[in-house]
Design a protein around this ligand. Sequence first.
Ligand SMILES: Cc1cc2nc3c(=O)[nH]c(=O)nc-3n(C[C@H](O)[C@H](O)[C@H](O)COP(=O)(O)O)c2cc1C
Length: 394
Amino acid sequence: MLFTPITIRGVTIRNRIMLSPMNQHRAHDGFADDSLLVHLGKFALGGFGIIMTEATAIERNGRVAHGDLGIWADEHIPGLRRVCNYLRNMGATPGVQLAHSGRKGASQRPWQGFGPLNETDAKRGEPPWPLVSPTREALGPGHVVPEQLSLDGIDDVLRSYANAAARADAAGFDIIEVHAGHGYLIASFLSPVINTRNDEYGGDFAGRIRFALKVAEAVRSHWPQHKPLIFRLSSVDGHPEGWKIEDSVNLARELKRCGVDIIDCSSGGLRQSTALENAKRYPGYQVTYASQIKREAGIATVAVGLILDGRQAEQVLNEQHADFVAIGRQALYDPFWAHHAAQEFGIDPNFESWDVSAGWWLAKRKDGLAEIGLNGAGKVERSLRERTDAMRDR
Ligand SMILES: Cc1cc2nc3c(=O)[nH]c(=O)nc-3n(C[C@H](O)[C@H](O)[C@H](O)COP(=O)(O)O)c2cc1C
């Protein structure tokens, strides 16, 4: 399953492996540069099917941190187009994650403390900026108190999503993923813990999902019909009075009606990190969410979270818990994760899915390695005794 191509709407993806969106915070004023090209390019060379950009801000004030990638201006298009062209030339499908940080913006980069931007940051030229949210409640002490979005303000944000979708198309992306998880703007409308509004965008379930549905409609209206649309949800927010898996199933049904094709099933992140509050992480810790949403809402899903190797991924797909797997930190550890999984399964013995300039040489090397008991990856396949015998006999 892992290496079976799939067509969603008019886009064919070479396998079921997605690079999970991962912020680098390396951009300057949102612009894609060489650093993004090299970063994402290595996963395309490494055999990934969908290469999803990091959270890409639809408004300048919707960045999480200084250095976030942006798509809030037409000037961002050429840099993104250069990246898309390269990814596509390497056989991958380029996707962009459209994001608005809401009250979780104006934060330090993770390695600078993950806290609110403060005076020290401002002195090095990285001051905080105004934020918006469903309410005026700040993320925590020291964080910018957000402005409560008015109805006009909501319309402005919806227009920003629509414009960002049009720019994504112009840049050559084939997939949009809307980031509606991890406590960012859309997720904060969904969660009853944060959204205490009493107008049409708050209150009961129908009120709290209204903004998400309008985002889906706005994006769909500016995104070609033949291109797939993914929504990333925090399937549960991990708070006892919070958003539940049943809510995600019901929202997924509604999103499907608005033209969403796939749900990417993450969790948590309501407040600080993306870790599900108080939950332990173990391999495949979020797969059950992808499974339940797929089964009960009748929509394709992405499973994500500590999916570590090809066999584990294959099992997720084979048991029909999800249609795709997203690989995050394990891809940082091994950008050639997809090619390595194919080698492990023995399904690409002649390295034909690799970039030809590498694959040709690895295929040629293979026979020589086999003579000394090593497989195509240069690893021992036979016992030491067998290998020694083979070497002596040469
Ligand atoms: C460095 C880093 C940056 C991340 N940035 C994003 C992001 O921009 N958008 C997002 O939806 N999730 C983000 N995540 C969450 C990952 O996409 C993924 O869901 C999470 O790491 C769990 O998958 P994993 O165990 O395979 O890493 C980030 C995770 C890491 C480690």
